[in-house]
Design a protein around this ligand. Structure first.
Ligand code: PFF
Length: 684
C-alpha cells in the first residue's frame, strides 16, 4: 500500500506532538476518576488489571493508532477508509462517541471553572470557602453546596430546567477550547507547553503538601492496601479497562489517530507511545497519592479536634470526589481557599487540553471528509457541543452525565469499539504494513509479536471483558433494561440507545460520498484478481470450525437448562475447536499476505469468529469460577496503617514509572545520536 504524501499541517516539533498527546491523555480522568476507581475496586490490587490494561493492551493499541494516523495522514474515518471504504464507519463510530464525550466533558470542566471562581472569591473573602463547616457536618455542607446550591440537583431521570449559573462557565469552557484550536495544530503544539507542565507542577505541589501533612500515611492505606478478592469480579476488570481507555484517549474520538496524522513524516512512533502511556499512568498514580494523603490529613485533623471523620466515611466516586469530598477535606486544613484554588486550577489546566483534543479530532474528521473550512466547521461544532451539553446542565443533568459516561466507557462503548478497531486492522487490513511503517521511523522496533497482539491477544482480552460484563448485566438482580416488575429502566434504555445508535449512524455517514475522496484510494489490483486469493479450502474448514465452536457456546449461554454433562462437554470442546480455527486462520493469513496475493475471506472471518469464541469461553468459565467469590465488600474497611505489601506496591510503581521513562529517554537520545551520525534529520 502506498503511503500518502501530501502537505498537511504539522506540530512543528516532536515535543509539540508528545506534549499534545500527553495533554489529551492526562486530564480530568487522572485526578477525578482514577483515585476513586482504584480505591473502590481493590486498592493496590486494582493495579494488576490496570497495568495489564495500560501496558499489555493500551500500549500496542496506541502504537497501532499512531501508526494508522501517521501512515494515512488522515483523521480516524478517512484513515480507516484507506484500508477499505467499508471500514470507514469504525472511524465515524469513534468520532461520534468522541462528540458525546466532549458534550459532557465540557460540563465537568464548567464545574471546575465555577469552583475555581468560588475559591478565588474565597481568597478575596479572607480565606472563607462557601462550603466550609466542621466535622461530619462539613461533608453534608459541602454536599449541599455542590448538589443543591450549585447544581439545584433533582434525583431521578427528569431533566428539569436549565441551570444558567452553569451555562456561563460552559460557554467559557467552549470559548477557551475554541481559542486554543482555532489557529490549527501548530498553535496547539505551542499551547501544550503550558497546559501540560503547569498542572504537573500543581499536582506535585499538592502531592508534597499532602504527603507532609500529619496523618497522610493513614490516608494512603485506604488507597494502596490491596483487597485481592476484588480481582475475581468482572466489574473490577471492566472498570480497569474502561479507565485505561478513557485515560489514554484510546479508541474514543480517534484522537490519537488524528494527532499522529499531523506528525512530521520522520518522527518516532513507538517510543512516543511508550512515553505517553508511562506519563499518563504516572500522573494517575501520583494524583491518587495527592488525594488520599490529603484525605488522611483531614482525618487526622478532625480526630485531633475530637470529631474524627474517617476517610471511608466521606470518600465517594465520580463528581463527588472532586466537588464534594476534596473541597471538604481542603476546608478542614490551613490556607484552604488557596489550596482549593490550586486544586481547581490543576483540574482546569488538566482538562482543557483533553477537551480540545476531542474537539480537534471531530473537527479534523469532518474537514477531511467534506473539505469544508476549519473556521466554518469549528464554530458550528462548538454551538452543537454547547447545545448537546444543555442536557447535562439541567437540574437532573448530573444523573444523565453519569449514565452516559458509564455506558460509553463501559462494556458497550470501549470494549466494543476497541474490539472493532483491532479486528478491522488485525484481520481485515494488513497489520504488518503498519508495523513496518512504525518500525522504519522509531527509536526501537516491534517484533512480529505485535501483529499477534493486535490480531489475537487484545481482541481476546477485550472480547472476554465484553462477554463477561454482558453476562453479568443480563444476570443482574436489579434487572438490566427491565426492572424486576417488568418496567423499562429509562436510564439503561437511553444509555444503550446512544451506544447502539453510534455505529448505526456511523455506517450512515460513511455511505455519504466524499467529494475529496473520489479516486483517492484505488482498490489494490490483486484484490480484484481472484486467482491471487490463497487458502480457500483451509479457510473454509477453519470457518466451519469457528462456527461449530460458536454454536456450542451459544447453546451454553442461551439454554441454561441443559444437563451438567452436556454443559461441560460443550464448554471444553468449544475451546480446542476454536483454537484450531484460529491457528489455521493465522497460518493462512501469514502465508498468503504478499504484494501479489491475499488470504481468502473465510480464512479471515474464521479468525475473527474464533477469537470471539475464545473470549466467550473464558467469560463463561470466569462466571462459573467466580460466582462464589464475588460477595466481598467493594470498599475496604478502615485500615490501621500502610501494610508491607502496600510499601512494596509503592516502590514497584515508582520504579516502573521512573525507570520506564528513563529508559524511553535513553533510547530517544541514543537513536538521535545514531541518526545524526548516519543522516541528518532536519525536522525531528
Ligand atoms: N483522557 C482524558 C482524561 O483522562 O481526562 C479524557 C479523554 C480525552 C477521553 C480525549 C477521550 C478522548 F478522546
Amino acid at each position: 500500500m502506498e503511503m500518502l504524501e501530501e502537505q498537511r499541517e504539522n506540530w512543528g516539533s516532536r515535543g509539540g506532538f508528545v506534549l499534545a498527546a500527553i495533554g489529551s491523555a492526562v486530564g480530568l480522568g487522572n485526578l477525578w476518576r482514577f483515585p476513586y476507581e482504584l480505591y473502590g475496586h481493590g486498592g493496590g490490587a486494582f493495579l494488576i488489571p490496570y497495568i495489564i490494561a495500560v501496558f499489555v493492551v493500551g500500549l500496542p493499541m496506541l502504537i497501532m493508532e499512531f501508526s494508522l494516523g501517521h501512515f494515512t495522514q488522515r483523521a480516524a474515518p478517512d484513515a480507516f477508509a484507506h484500508g477499505h471504504k467499508r471500514f470507514e464507519f469504525v472511524g465515524w463510530w469513534s468520532t461520534i462517541l468522541g462528540f458525546v464525550i466532549i458534550s459532557f466533558y465540557a460540563v465537568v470542566l464548567a464545574y471546575c471553572f465555577s469552583f475555581l471562581w468560588f475559591s478565588f472569591k474565597g481568597i478575596l473573602a479572607g480565606g472563607e470557602l462557601p462550603w466550609a463547616a466542621e466535622g461530619v457536618e462539613g461533608v453534608k455542607k459541602a454536599e449541599e453546596f455542590f448538589l443543591n446550591t450549585y447544581l439545584g440537583h433533582t434525583p431521578g431521570t427528569a431533566l428539569g430546567s436549565i441551570r444558567w449559573n452553569i451555562f456561563w462557565p460552559l460557554l467559557v469552557t467552549w470559548l477557551v477550547m475554541y481559542l486554543c484550536i482555532c489557529r490549527g495544530v501548530k498553535l496547539v503544539g505551542k499551547i501544550v507547553w503550558l497546559t501540560v507542565p503547569l498542572p504537573w507542577l500543581m499536582l506535585l505541589i499538592l502531592t508534597v503538601r499532602g504527603l507532609t501533612l500529619p496523618g497522610s500515611i493513614g490516608g494512603l492505606a485506604y488507597y494502596l492496601n490491596p483487597s485481592w478478592p476484588e480481582l475475581a469480579k468482572a466489574t473490577t476488570w471492566r472498570f480497569a479497562f474502561g479507565q485505561a481507555f478513557f485515560s489514554l484517549s484510546l479508541a474514543f474520538g480517534g484522537v490519537m489517530i488524528t494527532y499522529a496524522s499531523f506528525l512530521h513524516r520522520k518522527s518516532d512512533l513507538n517510543n512516543n507511545a511508550a512515553v505517553i502511556c508511562l506519563a499518563d499512568f504516572g500522573t494517575s498514580f501520583v494524583a491518587g497519592l495527592a488525594i488520599f494523603s490529603t484525605l488522611g490529613g483531614m482525618a487526622f485533623v478532625t480526630a485531633q479536634a475530637g470529631r474524627g471523620v474517617a476517610v471511608n466515611e466521606v470518600v465517594r466516586g465520580g463528581a463527588g470526589l472532586a466537588f464534594i469530598v476534596f473541597p471538604y477535606a481542603l476546608a478542614q486544613l490551613p490556607y484552604s481557599a488557596w489550596w482549593s484554588f490550586v486544586f481547581f486550577f490543576t483540574l482546569v489546566t488538566l482538562g482543557i487540553d483533553s477537551g480540545f483534543s476531542i474537539t480537534e479530532s471531530v473537527l479534523a474528521a469532518v474537514v477531511d471528509k467534506t473539505g469544508w473550512k476549519r473556521n466554518v466547521v469549528l464554530p458550528i461544532m462548538s454551538v452543537l457541543g454547547i447545545a448537546a451539553g444543555l442536557v447535562f446542565i439541567t437540574k437532573g443533568g448530573l444523573n444523565w452525565l453519569e449514565v452516559v459516561g458509564n455506558f460509553i466507557d463501559g462494556t458497550w462503548g470501549i470494549a466494543f469499539l476497541g474490539l472493532a478497531e483491532c479486528i478491522v486492522l488485525g484481520w481485515l487490513w494488513r497489520i504488518d504494513t503498519l508495523r513496518t511503517h512504525a518500525n522504519e521511523r522509531s527509536d526501537w522496533t516491534l517484533g512480529r509479536w505485535w501483529n499477534y497482539a493486535i490480531r489475537v491477544v487484545i481482541p481476546i482480552v477485550l472480547g472476554t471483558i465484553f462477554f463477561w460484563s454482558l453476562f453479568e448485566d443480563l444476570n443482574q438482580t436489579g434487572g438490566f433494561l427491565l426492572d424486576t416488575e417488568g418496567n423499562w429502566i429509562l436510564a439503561d434504555c437511553v444509555g444503550l440507545t446512544i451506544v447502539a445508535a453510534a455505529p448505526i449512524l456511523a455506517i450512515g455517514i460513511s455511505l455519504i460520498k466524499s467529494p475529496l475522496r473520489a479516486g483517492q484510494y484505488p482498490p489494490r489490483p490483486d484484490v480484484k484478481n481472484s486467482n491471487l486469493c490463497g487458502g480457500r479450502f483451509g479457510g473454509l474448514a477453519a470457518f466451519c470450525l469457528a462456527i461449530a465452536s460458536a454454536v456450542m457456546l451459544a447453546v451454553l449461554v442461551l439454554k441454561p437448562g441443559i444437563s451438567d454433562k452436556f454443559r461441560s462437554y460443550f464448554l471444553f470442546q468449544s475451546l480446542p475447536i476454536a483454537l484450531m480455527a484460529i491457528i489455521t486462520s493465522n497460518y493462512i493469513i501469514d502465508k498468503h499476505t504478499g504484494d501479489y496475493s491475499f488470504p481468502s475471506w473465510p480464512a479471515r472471518w474464521a479468525g475473527i469468529i474464533a477469537t470471539l469464541d475464545i473470549s466467550a469461553f473464558i467469560a463463561v468459565t470466569l462466571i462459573t469460577v467466580t460466582q462464589k467469590a464475588t460477595t466481598g465488600q467493594a470498599i475496604h474497611p478502615a485500615p490501621e496503617h500502610l501494610s508491607a505489601t502496600s510499601y512494596l506496591i509503592l516502590g514497584v510503581m515508582l520504579l516502573l514509572i521512573i525507570g520506564g521513562l528513563g529508559w524511553c529517554f535513553y533510547r530517544a537520545v541514543a537513536a538521535a545520536g545514531k541518526n545524526t551520525a548516519v543522516q541528518p534529520q532536519p525536522d525531528a
